[in-house]
Design a protein around this ligand. Structure first.
Ligand SMILES: NC(=O)c1ccc[n+]([C@@H]2O[C@H](COP(=O)([O-])OP(=O)(O)OC[C@H]3O[C@@H](n4cnc5c(N)ncnc54)[C@H](OP(=O)(O)O)[C@@H]3O)[C@@H](O)[C@H]2O)c1
Length: 246
């Protein structure tokens, strides 16, 4: 893969950067991030062999700007071949249980903004008949747990939206990969005890990059064993499920 345009929405994301460095060689990497500096991310992509690194300011929550943002990116860097939606927040579950604004903020970033950007990207790629989009769902959305139901429900919404969109794109030449990592040991989960079948950002990126190269699968569980685990989750009695840790 060379001379491709790879756009990472969430240009400081640990997982996003691991994906970016693997896709960087001979390609243009566009890092979209909130103000706060992307120098370190840019350096990592250049060191990985990127032909060009472009940085663009991006606030995912500003959904009104998504269409003009992508238009600007493509005007500057060229048509996006691979879009990685790596932004997201875990949020404060405890606070969000009692503060409706905190709950809505998590849902807005992790569901509404994702759905908005997925729609904008699909609309641009579909007429071209090519392109790959990666959405980051999570096992947290596969069956929502009491312990993290705000983040989990946003991921469940995103997962449903992306599943429908992936099917709508079937046959169009555009592929939407729905990555469902389990617990990822990294910045987002700092201070928490790793859950069974945890992975690292590098392992998640390896799986995602392999799926991009193969053109799928659409449903990408990371690690793959989680697919089997979560196929039984709907059958676990609520009295037991209620006590599941985050
Ligand atoms: N880590 C896990 O355990 C895990 C498991 C399953 C799925 N996922 C999902 O995988 C994706 C990547 O996660 P990660 O582990 O790489 O997390 P991360 O390192 O915390 O990165 C998340 C990125 O999202 C950006 N972001 C948050 N809100 C934004 C906004 N409104 N506008 C623009 N950027 C925004 C953050 O930007 P700033 O740098 O400005 O804060 C941060 O760089 C997320 O969707 C996450 O939910 C993660």
């Amino acid at each position: 893969m060379s001379d491709q345009i790879v756009a990472v929405f969430g240009g400081r994301s640990e997982i996003g950067l691991e994906v970016a460095t693997r896709l960087a060689p001979s390609n243009t990497v566009v890092l979209l991030a909130r103000p706060g500096g992307t120098a370190a991310s840019e350096e990592v992509c250049r060191a990985a062999g990127a032909a060009r690194v472009v940085t663009v300011e991006f606030d995912a929550d500003d959904v009104e700007s998504h269409d003009t943002l992508v238009e600007r990116v493509e005007a500057e860097a060229g048509p996006i071949d691979v879009a990685v939606l790596a932004f997201g927040i875990l949020g404060d579950q405890e606070r969000a249980e009692h503060d409706h604004r905190a709950a809505v903020a998590i849902l807005h970033t992790d569901f509404v903004a994702q759905a908005s950007l997925l729609t904008v990207l699909a609309e641009r790629m579909r007429p071209r008949g090519r392109g790959t989009i990666v959405a980051f769902s999570s096992v947290a959305g596969a069956r929502v747990r009491r312990a993290n139901y705000v983040y989990g429900s946003a991921k469940a919404g995103l997962d449903g939206f992306a599943s429908g969109l992936a099917d709508a794109l079937h046959g169009s030449g555009v592929t939407l990969i729905i990555a469902r990592p389990g617990f990822v040991i990294g910045r987002m989960t700092e201070g928490m005890d790793p859950a069974p079948f945890s992975s690292t950002p590098a392992q998640v990126a390896e799986a995602v990059v392999a799926a991009i190269a193969k053109g799928g699968p659409v449903d990408l569980w990371i690690p793959w064993q989680l697919r089997a685990m979560f196929s039984v989750a709907p059958h676990v009695p609520r009295a037991v499920w209620r006590r599941m840790p985050r």
